[in-house]
Design a protein. Structure first.
Length: 77
């Protein structure tokens, strides 16, 4: 089972909403290194880090439900 992780860091371009993996590039980490926590997050067993499986405002299988939301950093005050 492959686990896809979408990460948006202030992206505003529609081209960044989706991510597809190029099958020509081999996986760099074994799937066994990651675990699905069953709560919408994935944990890296080697580092202890946890990520959301879907971009903000997306959910469901393959993150196909909802519409992605863009966030921007607040203006410097």
């Amino acid at each position: 089972m492959r686990i896809a992780i979408a990460l948006l860091l202030g992206a505003t371009s529609a081209a960044v909403w989706g991510q597809t993996c190029n099958p020509a590039f081999p996986a760099t980490s074994p799937d066994s290194r990651f675990t699905d926590n069953g709560d919408g997050t994935v944990a890296d067993l080697a580092t202890g880090l946890t990520w959301k499986q879907c971009a903000e405002a997306l959910s469901g299988a393959g993150c196909a439900t909802g519409s992605p939301t863009a966030f921007t950093w607040p203006a410097e005050r």
